[in-house]
Design a protein around this ligand. Structure first.
Ligand code: ADP
Ligand code: MG
Length: 363
């Protein structure tokens, strides 16, 4: 992995991308109509350096997927972007929990009875997920499916899940109950009724894979954004990196903050859009696997990591962990930086990892 270079600074120049720290549900129903219109819309702008900038988007994985790339011809740009979008579509079909026939959902049904051979992509996503579970003491846990279902229902009805339902769901949660065999490429689930939910890592993985497809087409300067999950390769011509403006509650009104990034991933998780307020308490769509409850303390978390699979999963995990513990995890991981904005009643407090701090103080 190439070194990840980032700089944090007040925004003074043009932005390549604005990351709104809003969360949308993975495969949310409200995007279904837009998905039908999900044909690539391309725009091409001549770039002063001679190499041209191309921009495309589609609605995929319940969010807006944007690709910005530099290429020497429109034909190459279009071919590469189309292949990258197809890769994401293919991953969506494997990983969605909205289609009972997706590979992931079939695995959930069958793998409590016997080890089930899975595709390389599903194996990789689960393997990476378990790795993040281990370093975050289970704060990130793809077995949270039964709890996520209860909190989705709570958002709909505006009523807290019943205690007995929460207890029954928690009994089916726990990443240590996923037995992954890399040798045979198979997965076994130790408890029947387990439900895997890869919503906290799938978009980051998809962004990384799309970027790899672009590289395969010889495109070495590109950005793939799946909502708030962004993977970038080489910097645009003549620039030190991609300028990604971060709109966060940590930034004072009227101020803007930007990250200059290349060859890495940056992801944001937050409860700005997806939450439910019940009896004055605000619960996020991110669930604490230990308590079974929607997270209450975390507003937004932005993580930079060497790739976006890690950044996505860590942003979700650091939303669950108490902020100081989250910072410790970020400090312990090579190439990882974190900005955590936590709620304390009506107050917001920012926690910035040392690496992120050093980027911030550079300008
Ligand atoms: P979003 O996808 O909404 O931008 P995240 O990447 O943080 O934000 O993913 C949140 C999703 O992850 C939830 O909608 C749910 O599907 C799943 N999830 C919720 N809690 C956890 C958890 N503790 N560990 C892993 N995945 C989780
Ligand atoms: Mg995530």
């Amino acid at each position: 992995m190439e070194a990840c270079q980032q700089e944090f600074r007040r925004e003074t120049q043009e932005r390549d991308l604005v990351v709104h720290l809003w969360c949308r549900s993975y495969f949310g129903w409200r995007w279904a109509a837009l998905c039908l219109l999900g044909l690539a819309v391309g725009a091409c702008v001549a770039h002063p350096t001679g190499s041209q900038r191309f921009e495309y988007f589609r609605i995929q994985m319940g969010t807006r997927v944007q690709i910005i790339l530099y290429a020497d011809s429109e034909e190459l740009a279009r071919q590469a972007a189309t292949a990258a979008f197809e890769r994401i579509q293919n991953l969506d079909e494997i990983l969605t929990d909205y289609n009972p026939e997706s590979e992931l959902m079939r695995l959930c049904r069958e793998a409590s009875r016997r080890p089930v051979p899975v595709s390389g992509d599903l194996l990789s996503v689960l393997d990476r997920s378990l790795g993040v579970s281990r370093i975050t003491d289970g704060a990130f846990d793809v077995t949270v499916g039964p709890l996520v279902a209860l909190w989705r229902e709570a958002r709909r009805t505006k009523r807290l899940p019943e205690r007995r339902l929460l207890a029954a769901a928690r009994a089916r949660v726990g990443y240590k109950n996923v037995l992954l065999d890399r040798e045979t490429g198979s997965v076994k689930l130790r408890i029947s009724g387990m439900k895997l939910d890869v919503g906290g890592i799938a978009k980051g993985y998809a962004a990384d894979q799309a970027l790899a497809v672009l590289k395969g087409h010889g495109i070495l300067r590109a950005l793939v954004a799946a909502g708030g999950d962004i993977a970038v390769s080489g910097a645009p011509p003549g620039k030190v990196g991609w300028t990604i403006a971060v709109q966060s509650p940590a930034v004072a009104p009227g101020e803007k903050m930007a990250l200059i990034l290349h060859d890495c991933g940056v992801s944001t998780s937050g409860d700005t859009e997806q939450f439910v307020e019940i009896r004055g308490a605000r619960y996020s769509h991110i669930v604490d696997p230990k308590t079974g409850r929607g997270v209450r303390h975390s507003a937004t978390v932005t993580v930079i990591a060497p790739d976006d699979t890690s950044a996505d999963a860590l942003a979700t995990a650091l939303s669950v962990l108490p902020p100081k513990q989250g910072l410790k995890v970020a400090e312990s991981q090579p190439g990882v930086a974190a900005l955590i904005v936590a709620r304390n009643g009506d107050q917001l407090r920012s926690y910035v990892s040392r690496r992120m701090q050093s980027y911030m103080s550079r300008h």
